[in-house]
Design a protein around this ligand. Structure first.
Ligand SMILES: [Zn+2]
Length: 501
């Protein structure tokens, strides 16, 4: 099935996916019998360069094609032989393979001097032409400068910038583009229909997203999926072939980001890496969640489809907690980071940077100040890409002022929340770093309680009221005790005892 690419290789110009402008020009030239002696096709892999080169070869040599027509008949001996890659006058050379480079002189240059054996044109298709050696380029250039009338060169490359300008200037040049989503989808649907297999649209979307505009990759992936040999293929069936993160992991990641919980976010990213999940796809899925959150901001009645009830609940919770502005910033940043994944020296680094980027302020929910802190003060670029924890702002309030008012603040909070007041009384304002107040608490359970979003917001709000400026709260645990001791001591503080551990 991995030969789908070959099986569905277009046999007519009309069947080619994408590259319309190129096909238009070339077919016009064929109709008018005004083909060039040298073409240069450049563009990403899997976008149809060699496919078009072969179609061109077929069309110009087709024995049944009439003047003013451009499509090859696909029936005459010449067409049939080219389809089967055994036409003596059409030579395909892959310059990326060793032999191609070594023998370029005899294979191409010398052979070009002879008339075609039984066709009108002798056609040389040189794939990855940028790989030719300098002597080979020089020899090729000589031929291009005075091309024999019966010869057509089609040079194809993914790296145009590596070609000598002297070669480029001798060719009619076409730039191939990545194939668009809709075009890919219609081709894949056509293949599925032809194979009589129903493949869930979600699976096809995933295939397309994974293929990044490369039709050959998309067809190869679809080919692997079709080897499942089922008449109906859903997302779960395709999971083995298209390793994917599950919805819960994506939601947890977005949730951790919204909560500025770098530790969880980074742990999750590394879990994905060891599971072999495609990180680009994961980032794409996370973007889909952010998009959904954005839509829900404006249309809270929108039904949340494609998620379990439990996940839908989490999504609703996130919608309430994240203002549109924050979603927009996160979306922008994640789109940029996603684009870096492919070329990153460490694949998970861009996502990790994304997580750190949005954790730089520890304040729970005040996104305006987060935006100010995280963006204007601390652009993450160049050597600024360290994983150092926090970027802080200078403020006027001093530690002593906080210490002096601490009793009043906790008393005020005790009225609103009794147990919180109790915990805060045990806490001690230890130091200020920029706009961050480090509060020392005796137990990690206290820290967890205080750092709950809701609680933190409450305390930070009280401090803003008291000092007239934004102070972020960070907890530190003073005693390193093991959990058992901690719980036992806590229980006794509350007048109870631990029943079982
Ligand atoms: Zn023909």
């Amino acid at each position: 099935m991995s030969t789908l690419y070959r099986l569905y290789r277009p046999q007519k110009f009309a069947d080619v996916t994408g590259q319309e402008h190129i096909i238009q020009t070339i077919t016009n030239e064929i109709c008018a019998a005004k083909t060039a002696h040298a073409y240069l096709f450049s563009g990403p892999r899997g976008t149809g360069k060699t496919t078009l080169a072969r179609l061109l070869a077929k069309a110009v040599n087709c024995q049944n094609r009439k003047d003013g027509e451009s499509e090859p008949c696909n029936e005459c001996p010449s067409c049939a032989e080219i389809s089967a890659s055994r036409n003596i006058d059409v030579m395909e050379i892959d310059a990326a393979s060793h032999t191609g480079v070594e023998n370029v002189r005899e294979n191409i240059i010398d052979s070009a001097q002879f008339q075609p054996t039984k066709s009108k044109y002798k056609i040389f298709i040189i794939d990855e032409v940028h790989m030719l050696s300098t002597p080979a380029f020089n020899a090729l250039l000589k031929t291009l400068e005075e091309p024999p009338a019966h010869v057509i060169f089609v040079l194809a490359t993914t790296e145009l910038q590596k070609l000598p300008a002297t070669i480029v200037s001798r060719c009619q040049r076409f730039t191939f583009k990545k194939i668009g989503f809709d075009q890919m989808m219609s081709k894949l649907l056509k293949i599925c229909k032809d194979q009589d297999v129903k493949v869930d649209k979600k699976v096809l979307e995933r295939v397309i997203n994974k293929s990044d505009g490369c039709m050959r990759d998309a067809e190869s992936l679809l080919g692997q999926i079709l080897t499942l040999n089922q008449k109906n293929i859903g997302p779960e069936d395709a999971e083995m072939i298209l390793p994917t993160s599950n919805a819960r992991q994506i939601l947890n990641f977005v949730d951790a980001i919204l909560n500025r919980d770098v530790k969880s976010a980074v742990a999750l990213i590394n879990e994905l890496v060891s599971d072999g999940v495609n990180l680009e796809q994961f980032a794409y899925d996370a973007l889909e969640i952010l998009r959904l959150l954005m839509i829900l901001q404006y249309d809270p009645t929108k039904e949340i489809l494609d998620y379990s009830d439990e996940d839908a609940k989490l999504i609703k919770k996130m919608t309430k907690q994240a203002p549109a502005e924050q979603i927009i910033k996160l979306t922008d940043a994640l789109m940029a980071r996603r684009a870096q994944i492919k070329s990153a020296p460490i694949p998970q680094l861009p996502l990790e940077l994304f997580a750190v980027e949005f954790s730089n302020c520890h304040s729970g929910l005040d996104t305006e100040s987060i935006a100010a802190n995280c963006h204007s003060e601390a652009p993450l670029s160049g050597d600024g890409e360290s994983l150092s924890p926090s970027i802080t702002q200078k403020i006027k309030t001093t530690l002593d002022e906080i210490k002096n008012k601490w009793h009043d603040i906790t008393a005020g909070l005790t009225e609103q929340n009794h147990s919180l007041g109790f915990i805060l009384k045990m806490g001690e304002p230890a130091r200020m770093e920029g706009n961050e107040l480090y509060l020392r608490v005796p137990f990690s359970l206290h820290k967890e309680k205080i750092e709950e979003q809701k609680t933190k917001k409450l305390i930070e709000g009280a401090m803003t009221d008291a000092f007239g400026e934004k102070i972020c709260l960070i907890c530190e645990v003073t005693q390193a005790q093991n959990d058992d001791g901690e719980i036992t001591q806590l229980a006794s503080e509350f007048g109870g005892e631990v029943v079982s551990l």
